[in-house]
Design a protein around this ligand. Structure first.
Ligand code: PGA
Length: 264
């Protein structure tokens, strides 16, 4: 895992935007896996700012897949992740709605929703870059502790702590759904590249468990240790419990020096 330590959320946002643009510019067609939650929002704003300034890549050939979706919200609720991604990212980028996919939470066909979403991702050729945030309990997507490390897209019950963390997006905690459809850990592991972004002090323990802890279902994000191409962008507060901070800085500086060599 490549760990990039940054000062704060603003630097993380720029790196997220750089990583997405690099993927879109060099892969065609492109499939992007997009997370919701607070962490990536500043990065999405930066992408939109660059797009409006005319300096971003064309998204005409890009398909978007949301990481997860609440089950139980009204289809037209502004809190659905489909609506959130449209508002924060794909509408401002001018992406047509039929190029933005999320798990289908229609109650009558919920049983097959996971399988159908996997199929949709496969038909698009798999996900080139998957963006993930991390929960305070170490979840990615809505894969709560004890999730199978090989899981595919499926129905999950949210941990109480996750509902408390997400209550800020609703009028009260009672409105936070108890269930979701989420890409599985195996689904996320199939992405060709994963960008994990973690900012703020509440993420410090989950970040340490993910990057330096044992790979274990108690911290679902730790499965990323087995992925060949993960970049973890971590700000100073979220990095505060990492023991190997100095090495991550040395490794990043070393990479930059190496890249500066003639021919690199
Ligand atoms: P956050 O959520 O970005 O709102 O902190 C991350 C997550 O729960 O995966």
């Amino acid at each position: 895992m490549e760990v990039i330590l940054v000062d704060g959320p603003n630097d993380a946002a720029h790196l997220l935007a750089d990583t997405v643009e690099d993927c879109v510019a060099h892969t065609s067609p492109t499939s992007l896996g997009v997370a919701t939650g607070s962490t990536p929002v500043a990065g999405y704003s930066e992408l939109v700012r660059r797009h409006r300034a005319g300096v971003g890549p064309s998204y005409a050939d890009t398909t978007f897949f949301t990481l997860d979706e609440y089950v139980g919200l009204a289809a037209d609720s502004p809190a659905t992740y489909r609506a959130t991604i449209a508002r924060d990212l794909t509408d401002p980028l001018g992406v047509a709605a039929d190029r933005v996919h999320g798990p289908d939470t229609t109650p009558s066909t919920l049983q097959t929703a996971g399988e159908r979403y996997e199929q949709l991702i496969a038909e698009a050729g798999g996900i080139d870059l998957q963006i993930v945030g991390i929960g305070t309990d170490g979840h990615i997507g809505f894969n709560e502790p004890s999730s199978s490390l090989a899981s595919r897209t499926r129905f999950k019950t949210l941990a109480h702590s996750t509902r408390v963390d997400n209550a800020r997006f609703f009028d009260s905690i009672d409105e936070v759904p108890h269930h979701a459809l989420t890409q599985g850990l195996g689904t996320i592991m199939d992405a060709r590249k994963v960008l994990l972004v973690a900012t703020g002090p509440t993420k410090a323990s989950a970040v340490a468990a993910t990057i330096e802890g044992p790979m274990a279902a108690r911290c679902p994000a730790s499965v990323l240790q087995m992925h060949p191409h993960v970049v973890a962008v971590v700000d100073a507060e979220a990095a505060s419990q990492l023991q190997w901070r100095n090495y991550y800085r040395e490794a990043f500086d070393g990479k930059m020096r190496w890249k500066g060599q003639p021919g690199q």
